[in-house]
Design a protein around this ligand. Structure first.
Ligand SMILES: Cc1cc2nc3c(=O)[nH]c(=O)nc-3n(C[C@H](O)[C@H](O)[C@H](O)COP(=O)(O)OP(=O)(O)OC[C@H]3O[C@@H](n4cnc5c(N)ncnc54)[C@H](O)[C@@H]3O)c2cc1C
Length: 434
């Protein structure tokens, strides 16, 4: 199976990864060419699958392949929010009915709990923080209504939510851009590239990770022939964990689209400038609209994430200009509005927010379709995929299997027309939440 679609190649390195010490990619080819399991993609999903396979069957050898280096994929480019939202991390929660939402949150919570345990067990130095204010903040009357409706919904689910009036937001965030906020369902904030590195570097002995190796084709039936940029391998079982790029293997081609979004880091700010970003040493601010802007004050810098583009990464000059404007709008008093790092990242979006999950055909397992909240959601989906393959049973797995898959999307050029029109419309609706 192959469609000729290429693995992602970004225009700029991840700002998070650039802040870490240099790391030597693992590129050494294994001496064996035959494996019990091959996992394609070493983001959160693939890392979780490979680890869990080895935990459940320590004698089975697993090969984990990634087209890029650890820290440079979407897993190392995101904003580092560990959320337990039942769906996408947009503020609007109205579409989630009570019992379904509770089950979804239990699923994502299990991903979070596993990550917390792994970070502690392997002493992963990823700036894991659970006591930092992480607020869904509204800048517009419409955003405020959404945030208040979300608060009501959370309360209906039995989740207590703190509210932040404008004055409190001003004190914490250092800006009067926002008018009302609620505590988000963020349960931790991390340095995502450091988390991904730590997870990769603490894999069990039965897992061999090889970076900078692109899988081009999954051939035949179990045992499969996996053709890569660096030769072929044989595997009894294959785990497709390369998210949007599962399409390259003919999976969910008519179910997922790629949306790029963009992040930037200021240089380290001096004390005066940091004081203009509010009283707290660190904070997170999520938008009240899904096309809005996310920010973090972290490690003496400001992180800003915003923008959405269909299937194509925007040019760096355009992105820098867009993010600078959003930064300046929120913090006009800062001396300069420079960025040290600006980058783009790709997410997989499905029409109904659902994943493609399960055994696509005998021996071929797939979990793809992770848009936002993929740190926790990707982790639990990867873990459960391994458990499914090994015949393990649990309430979480049966809950996961009972869920619907992604909805069908029309072919091109209709798909692009529809997606671009929707992005333009939602960006307009988002207004100053952008
Ligand atoms: C700017 C930005 C901000 C975000 N913020 C957050 C956030 O704050 N919190 C959150 O939870 N989520 C966030 N996300 C989403 C999150 O990063 C993704 O949901 C998550 O990375 C998905 O995990 P994954 O393992 O399924 O896929 P990925 O992380 O995309 O991993 C897939 C891997 O497969 C590899 N690959 C692709 N094709 C091939 C191939 N043919 N052969 C071999 N390897 C291949 C890729 O190199 C990649 O490393 C953000 C995303 C972006 C871009």
């Amino acid at each position: 199976m192959t469609t000729g679609e290429k693995a992602p190649a970004y225009r700029a390195p991840s700002g998070w990864n650039a802040l870490l010490p240099k790391r030597v990619a693992r590129e050494q080819m294994p001496s064996e060419r035959r494996f019990r399991n091959i996992v394609i993609g070493a983001g959160y999903t693939g890392l979780a699958s490979a680890r869990r396979l080895s935990e459940l069957a320590p004698d089975d050898e697993t090969l984990l392949l990634d087209a890029t280096t650890i820290g440079e994929g979407a897993a190392g480019r995101n904003s580092g929010y560990l959320l337990i939202n039942p769906g996408e991390p947009s503020a609007g929660a109205a579409q989630f009915a009570g019992d379904w939402a509770a089950r979804q949150m239990a699923l994502v919570q299990a991903g979070l709990d596993w990550l917390r345990e792994l970070v502690a067990r392997h002493a992963i130095d990823c700036n894991w923080q659970e006591d930092v204010p992480a607020i869904t903040a509204a800048a517009t009357p419409l955003g405020e209504r959404t945030v208040r409706a979300t608060r009501d919904r959370y309360e209906g689910w039995g989740i207590e939510t703190r509210e932040y009036p404008a004055a409190e937001l001003r004190r914490i965030l250092g800006t009067d851009y926002y008018r009302h906020g609620i505590q988000s369902l963020t349960r931790a904030l991390v340095q995502p590239a450091a988390l991904q590195r730590g997870l990769a570097d603490s894999l069990p002995a039965g897992v061999t990770l090889v970076e900078n190796t692109t899988v081009h084709e999954i051939g035949g039936a179990a045992p499969f022939t996996i053709r890569t940029s660096r030769g072929a391998f044989i595997a009894d079982r294959v785990f497709v964990a390369n998210n949007l790029h599962a399409r390259a293997f003919g999976l969910a081609q008519d179910r997922m689209i790629g949306i790029y979004t963009y992040g930037a880091f200021t240089p380290e700010l001096d004390r005066d400038q940091l004081d203009l970003l509010g009283d707290e040493p660190d904070w997170g601010a999520l938008p009240a609209h899904r096309m809005g802007t996310t920010m973090r004050k972290t490690m003496g810098r400001l992180l800003i994430r915003s923008g959405d583009s269909y299937e194509r990464e925007l040019g760096p000059v355009h992105v820098r200009r867009m993010l600078t404007e959003l930064y300046r709008n929120r913090f006009p008093a800062l001396r300069v509005h420079d960025f040290e790092h600006v980058w783009g990242g790709l997410t997989a979006v499905t029409h109904n927010g659902a994943f493609l999950f399960g055994e696509a055909r005998p021996g071929l397992f797939v979990s793809a379709g992770c848009g936002g909240a993929g740190i926790t959601r990707g982790t639990i989906h990867g873990k459960l995929l391994a458990e499914l393959a090994c015949g393990a049973q649990s309430v979480l797995l049966s809950d996961r299997l009972a869920q619907k898959g992604p909805n069908w999307l029309p072919p091109e050029p209709l798909r692009a027309l529809g997606a671009k029109a929707q992005i333009a419309w939602e960006q307009r609706l988002a207004g100053a939440e952008r």
